[in-house]
Design a protein around this ligand. Sequence first.
Ligand code: NAD
Length: 488
Amino acid sequence: MADAQGSLMQLKNYINNDWQAPAITLDTQVCHASEGRPLFYQMASDAAQIENAIATAHIAHAVGEWAALSSAERAVAMDAIADAIGKRLEAIAKADAICTGVLLKTTSQVAQICVLAFRAAANLLRNPPVRQPFAGPHGDVIVERLPLGPAAIIAPWNAPSGITCHKLASALAAGCPVIVKPSEWAPQSGQLIAEAVVEAGLPAGVFQLAHGNGATGAALVADSRIAAVSFTGGLQAGRAVAAACARDIKPAQLELGGNNPIVVLEDADIDAAAEGIINGITTLNGQWCRALGRLLVHESVAESLLSAVTARLEEIRLGHALDEASTMGPVVHKGHFELVQQAIAHYEALGGHCLRPTALPELEGYFIAPTLITGLAAEQASEEIFGPVATVHTFSDDAEAIDQANGTPFGLAAYVFGEEQHAWKVARGIRAGNIKINAVSMLNLNPMAPRPAWGLSGLGDEGVVETFEFFRGTRIIGVAGTMEPVHG
Ligand code: NAD
């Protein structure tokens, strides 16, 4: 497989303390998103490799060496992983930029998040959440939080390294043995992260990497020895993961998609809103779970807003992900390119008009100019497209804006532009996990704030503390006896 530098990087699993090639070569190829040329065939673990990984994790949990370490000792290991990832930042960023089409400057920021994820886990372990005992009939009733057991981490391709590291750092910090399955469309950064974890030297079987596609992920999550699953991806696969976990009644953290609104009120700063819309449609080339999906604008400012946005769309430099001059890159692969184009064609067939003044580059990659589609009713545009495409709808008052914002089964992110108090009032009516006022950015409002999801956007809050706690279960122990009933 050609790596980020164009030299050969063998795709390998890390299972049972051993690097080994995945047994299955699939017939699908990963291509250079900016150039369209084939890079390598996707590879998958076979049933024996998956069994080996699960059995190894199961034994590691039963032996309990990792879970038995003190929080402070696990914190040292988290820092060692952060250091080892720090040595690979350039390679991680370049691999993700080549496979996904996301600009190198953005994948470089995401790679930094990998280091920060392990540092955050180390900090948490140095100040772990403490549960106070209850008074019992014969002394204290203690509350313990324990690692659930072997965890499966299933990653998507859009920001593969950052998402993997957040989940991995949280699960390891919680004391769980972990099996990571990277996306088949962007497996290289997962492997570089795996090299860093192995370099840090965890106890045997605590960390494993199993490459593969949806079938590999499905085999992992369906096994009863896997005690917890953290998944980020699309709704269809999310539902399959939820169903598999339901059979074992095991916890599943599901981070799924969205069709996120930007609401522009009549008293908004039009330039700030236009800037936010550009960020919302171009961040990760529109392949961002919190990307702009629906632009909801007060009818009195729609014309001036669209003209400010058009001027900015004309300035976007759609180009090669590794070119520093590019301000936006291509979508990930040919199949996804076709799906996004089909979605645009579908909206045009419904009567939508496309606004897409950005020039296309003369490159063979999967380039789609950011596209705003006017002329559709809000009810006609409820699905996630996961590309640089948003529909535009007008409203005449706050109640209608809130209605439109809540008009999908999703509830991941929303953005409101307007005079601050007015924007707060509208934001409070929106059913979404994360609402930002007067800006659109990939950065969380606070690094320690949770990242929740409502409706079809997911299950189980993400966050430094939240994901750590997701991988732990509670045990209460105390000496039994009769106790006076508590009144009150
Ligand atoms: P996807 O659902 O196609 O794949 C995600 C991962 O799941 C891959 O590793 C894939 O191999 C695996 N998979 C597929 N079917 C599976 C199954 N039945 N069982 C277990 N694993 C399975 O998603 P994608 O195309 O890689 O990513 C894009 C989607 O991810 C978008 O919908 C986007 O909104 C969502 N996403 C959400 C967040 C969030 O934080 N909410 C973040 C990033 C991406």
